[in-house]
Design a protein around this ligand. Structure first.
Ligand code: PLP
Length: 378
């Protein structure tokens, strides 16, 4: 293949340019204009969530969640060791102590069998991450959280439109967060959303997102001026981003159908020889409908994974590892993390490799990636 195959490539999939031109023509570029409202309404209706607020990133939606739950120094928050830094940073910023939980070797999701013993009187929240959009075991997680009176915030950065036992991911916890970063299924460059499943949080969330003011109520004509009423920051995306995002969300059937085809092509081509190559493929438990966010393999060892990355690079293919164990990062160690705390995370993070996966990936490009993978192992 002459052209390099990147790991990710963001694409326009519909009316992105038309809608951006419309926003410019209307001279309405700040947040919470008509495109923001359209994105929120589409997400509220398609997921069945009482209120969705677009944010500037999933990171910011997580930070808003920590503010909404009044997380304070001394609180503990249970977070998988195998996740992105933002999942934990949002709570550490408020002074919380993260309690890292290990993941299942199959789904790479939080291992709910370890949950109960990590809960203490100081535990304020559990943050399940639906890795690759494959749902965590939400029934036992919600049962434990309910019984121990701990809030659940779903980090659903990967899982928009995924389902667990027929219910949309992001609709189980009192709060949930989404990402529209350019690597996700639906993108606007940098963006996110906060899903407010518990309506009790709606009013304060609007205030926190609007610099701690009641400007949202002012815009709705509910107060005659707006003022500082609480802590907050600037978490609204511009209308230009919302215009791009709305065009993407409108094409959700097209995008999901294409991603399904890509995922299934990888899976059906690699499965027949995966065992012989000693690589492990993604596991989708019964009851999980995943949104085809990524395709990853587990190589037999770190050395093999690194050699495979180099092999791919020599063929012009970019493949990427994923999260490094958070408890073993510089910051994680300063917070007390040490090797052996989360052995599954430590093992899989060394062996995991994500294959190129994006809307415009062609079958020919995919076959080239699959061929290079097979050539390396067999
Ligand atoms: C699980 C998870 N949470 C949060 C984020 C942060 O998302 P964003 O880049 O939108 O802030 C990421 C980033 O990919 C992620 O993988």
């Amino acid at each position: 293949m002459n052209k390099p195959i990147p790991f990710n490539r963001a694409s326009a999939v519909g009316n992105e340019l038309v809608y951006i031109a419309e926003a410019i023509r209307d001279s309405r570029l700040a947040g919470d204009g008509s495109f923001t409202r359209k994105c929120s309404a589409l997400l509220e209706q398609s997921l069945g969530v009482p209120r969705v607020l677009l944010t500037t990133s999933c990171t910011h939606a997580l930070e808003m969640s920590a503010l909404l739950l009044d997380i304070r120094p001394g609180d503990e928050v249970i977070i998988p060791a195998f996740t992105f830094v933002s999942t934990v940073n949002a709570f550490v910023l408020r002074g919380a102590a993260p309690v890292f939980i290990d993941v299942h070797p199959t789904t790479l999701n939080l291992d709910e069998s370890r949950l109960e013993r990590l809960i203490t009187p100081r535990t304020k929240a559990i943050v399940p991450v639906h890795y690759a959009g494959v749902g965590c075991a939400m029934e036992p997680i919600m049962e434990i959280a309910g019984r121990r009176q701990v809030a659940v915030i779903e980090d659903n950065a990967h899982g928009l439109f995924g389902k667990y036992r027929g219910k949309c991911l992001g609709t189980f916890g009192c709060l949930a967060t989404q990402s529209f970063h350019e690597t996700k299924n639906f993108v606007c460059g940098e963006g996110g959303a906060l899903l407010l499943n518990d309506p009790a949080y709606i009013e304060r969330a609007e205030i926190i997102r609007e610099k701690g003011t009641d400007r949202s109520r002012f815009f709705r004509g509910e107060v005659d001026r707006y003022t500082w009423v609480d802590v907050g920051s600037s978490y609204l995306p511009s209308e230009l981003l919302a215009a791009f995002l709305f065009a993407q969300l409108e094409q959700r059937d097209l995008v999901q159908a294409k991603r399904k085809k890509i995922w299934e092509h990888y899976h059906s081509c690699i499965s027949p020889w995966a065992e012989e190559a000693a690589i492990r493929l993604p596991v989708i438990p019964e009851g999980c409908e995943h949104p085809y966010h990524m395709y990853h393999i587990l190589a037999p060892s770190l050395e093999k994974r690194q050699a495979l990355i180099a092999h791919f690079r020599s063929r012009g293919i970019s493949a990427s590892f994923h999260y490094l164990p958070l408890h073993l990062s510089g910051m994680g160690r300063r917070l007390g993390g040490k090797p052996g705390d989360c052995p599954v995370t430590e093992d899989i993070s060394e062996r995991l490799l994500r294959l190129p996966f994006y809307f415009s990936l062609t079958e020919g490009e995919q076959d080239f990636v699959i061929g290079a993978l097979r050539e390396f192992f067999l």
